[in-house]
Write a protein that binds this ligand. Structure first.
Ligand code: MG
Length: 388
């Protein structure tokens, strides 16, 4: 099997209100279409992904897919959904698919298990439809009055991705260009393609009306988990005239000794963020034995940890750092240090706390032999992005 996915995103989304077409609007900070594309392109059995877009949306599309890899160039859609799908199917022919999954761009919450159910059905059937039973009683109505009950046992709610033998659905679309079906299974059934039903998913909603955006936000926040990491670091004093703490050079009668710039504050925060992600520690990512990190500004390390967090779809909730030293005095520099950390992490100042303490003359920090730092980072992460 060579499976291609065709994402249909050429609609204007007028039911969701004026402005930017709904598929380009964010839910949980990420455009709907970007979530949809990530779900399909990320499936292990999907070899190629193409998107049909409205010709006016090219710049919106390019902005939306920035950073996503492995997508075919977008295809310009036609006047109807059906014309758009045909254009997309024709464009996919260059990738020689045996099967195609046709999916609504506005269904961002499709999960890998549902995609797999459709693909599994295609191993033994020419077409597959994910669907759900109807649980509400259905009734005819007219002029504000209830009419006859409809037998719901004969009905299902159709979702996407709908899967097909590529050649069969392409031929059906070519042969039925005068008709206007609302989905591809309708066309397939009309063309005599036997379509097997598989279980859909209640989460796999089509984001259509303004209410759906609110529902999506609620759904996503329920999918987030809060994780915490801690970091601790020590560097000893050596000869010099300043120390670097949290990315800021502070004049002092000594310097801190280290392979990089010996910024204990940023090292502790970096380890805290890595810890929250279960991604090892700073030494795993930037081995001290590697000469390329000699003298490196430690913001490089923290930016790396922040990028790992972002790549997993996570956000920093807050970071709290305690610098432990007899000298230099941190108080006068505290706000500068906070701003420095907030800038490196690209978060609001209110998410960064910096505190300082002495150890009352006790221990190595008390004897003025070095500076220690401890940090706690809290992050919000999609549960599905938890690594094994
Ligand atoms: Mg260190």
């Amino acid at each position: 099997m060579r499976i291609a996915a065709l994402i249909v995103a050429a609609g204007r989304g007028t039911r969701a209100g004026d402005g930017v077409p709904k598929q380009y609007r964010p839910v949980g900070g990420i455009p709907i279409l970007a979530r949809t594309l990530r779900a399909l392109a990320g499936h292990q059995d999907v070899a190629a992904v193409a998107t049909v877009i409205h010709p006016d949306d090219k710049s919106l599309y390019n902005e939306c897919v920035a950073g996503l890899e492995g997508l075919l160039p977008p295809v310009s859609g036609g006047a109807t959904r059906q014309a758009s799908v045909l254009a997309g199917l024709e464009a996919l022919s260059s990738t020689n698919p045996t099967h195609v999954l046709i999916h609504d761009g506005a269904r961002p919450f499709v999960d890998a298990a549902l995609v797999s159910r459709v693909i599994d059905a295609l191993r033994t059937h020419d077409a597959a439809l994910p669907c759900l039973p109807v649980s509400d009683t259905l009734r005819e109505h007219a002029d504000g009055l209830a009419g006859d009950t409809i037998d719901r046992s004969t009905l299902v709610r159709a979702q996407t991705p709908q899967g097909f033998l590529y050649d069969a659905i392409l031929a059906a679309h070519r042969d039925n260009q005068a008709s206007n079906f609302t989905d591809d299974v309708a066309l397939a059934v009309a063309a005599g393609i036997e379509t097997y039903l598989v279980d859909g998913s209640e989460e796999n909603i089509k984001v259509t009306a303004p209410d759906d955006f609110e529902r999506s936000e609620r759904f996503l926040s329920a999918q987030q988990e809060t994780r915490t990491g801690s970091g601790f670091d020590v560097h000893r004093f050596t000869d010099g005239d300043h120390v670097t703490l949290c990315g800021v050079e502070i004049p002092h009668t000594q310097a801190l000794l280290g392979h990089s710039d010996a910024d204990v504050g940023l090292h502790a925060i970096t380890d805290a963020v890595l810890g929250a992600l279960s991604e090892g520690d700073i030494g795993d990512h930037f081995p001290p034995s590697d000469p390329q990190w000699k003298g490196t500004a430690s913001r490089t390390f923290l930016e790396h940890a922040a990028n790992l967090l972002a790549a997993r779809g996570g956000r920093l909730t807050n970071v709290d750092v305690t610098l432990i030293a007899e000298a230099p005095k941190i108080g006068p520099h505290r706000e500068t240090l906070r701003k420095s950390v907030a800038t490196i992490l690209n978060v609001d100042l209110g998410r960064v706390s910096i505190k300082a303490t002495t150890t009352e003359g006790l221990g190595f920090t008390g004897r003025g032999e070095g500076i220690a730092a401890q940090a706690v980072a809290t992050v919000s992460l999609p549960s599905s992005a938890s690594n094994p």
